[in-house]
Design a protein around this ligand. Sequence first.
Ligand code: LLP
Length: 419
Amino acid sequence: MDHFEYRDGVLHAEDIPLPRIAKEIGTPVYVYSRATLERHAQVFADALRDIPRKHIAFAIKCNPNLGVLRVLARQGYGADVVSGGELERALAAGMAAEDIVFSGVGKTRAELAQGLDRGIGQFNIEHEPEGVALSEIAVAKEMTARAVLRVNPDVDAGTHAKISTGKAENKFGVGIDSAPAIFDRLSALPGLKMRGVALHIGSQLTSLDPLEAAFERVGRLVADLRAAGHSITHVDLGGGLGVPYRPEDNPPTPAEYGAMVARVTKDWDVTLMFEPGRVIAGNTGVLLTEVLWVKPGATHPFVIVDAAMNDLARPALYDAWHDFVAVKPTGEKMIASIVGPVCETGDTFARDREIDAVQPGALAVFRTAGAYGATMASTYNSRSLVPEVLVDGDRYITVADRIAAGTIMAAERVPDWID
Ligand code: LLP
């Protein structure tokens, strides 16, 4: 459920008519709804109410906007971060250091040191040399790093190959069979408190079965580690729950996910950690755009909008579907391809799709753009960096400015040794 609804034929974000934002801020622009964000955060937390000890760390990679993070911090969410930059954002947004989990397959030594200096709650170690490095850095600082070992359960998540992370051939974690020996060795290192294991098998999962299979494997690993004498107090189950991008999509609900987790983990006796991203933020945002031109095509017309692949990369990268609806629908439909102004055929949001009929000057939105939207934007083709606004009832505020091409250009220089 979200708070983007038609009132008197005009699409609103909560109580704000979207044409007002288009007029005052310009397009393209991401529009987030605070009420939707809070609702999703609560629904996910409620779904875990049968889990006795838990910690929820929002995967901030999907939407690291400070305003968004502040809303989630107020909901009691911590952060799952994957870079020093994300770490600083989580802290700046008011998340407590101890509520921050540091994931990421290629953390640098400087980032490991930064995490220690900041006092974060947990490092998710991706492979043995990273654990060795963390131990060395912690010893030099006379500190102890709380850590878990990320394992790769070799399960096919059944999602797009580019966002699958839990197959043996993927770069993430250590093979589950080699985990006990690596855990033994890391546990013996000074400065490192190995307290459990982590997994994350992929994103936009539309079935619970692969998650359940992966959790069961990890449950057996936990038993094996305990049998070997280790104290296992934490298991990080990652994120990955999918969201509906089309009306007919029917991914598992947070409640179904929570029930499965409670059933599979009931005897684990650990603090369970969660790293949800998309399921919290996906439906909390839309990308508002204006139709620039409607151009005849070989089969169907092209609707050329002022948003492009640099603003919303998912269709170009993963052939992802984002619903496209008019802000003031007429009731008429048309079949068209929706494209942006960037000079690549890949800059296509939809091919030969039935959509609300639109004319040049019409406003429309791409739905479900609150996760992996603005954060993946670039300035390709020397376009501006897309702005973001957060709506709260009958007020809104720009939570990220549009960064003009000129501002980016001002950070560049021409060497004076080129005549
Ligand atoms: N934890 C870890 C270790 C992750 O790598 C990810 C996402 C998450 C949690 C959050 O997953 P979520 O709950 O959002 O599925 N750009 C792609 C998605 C990349 C996901 C990367 N990792 C997209 O637009 O579909």
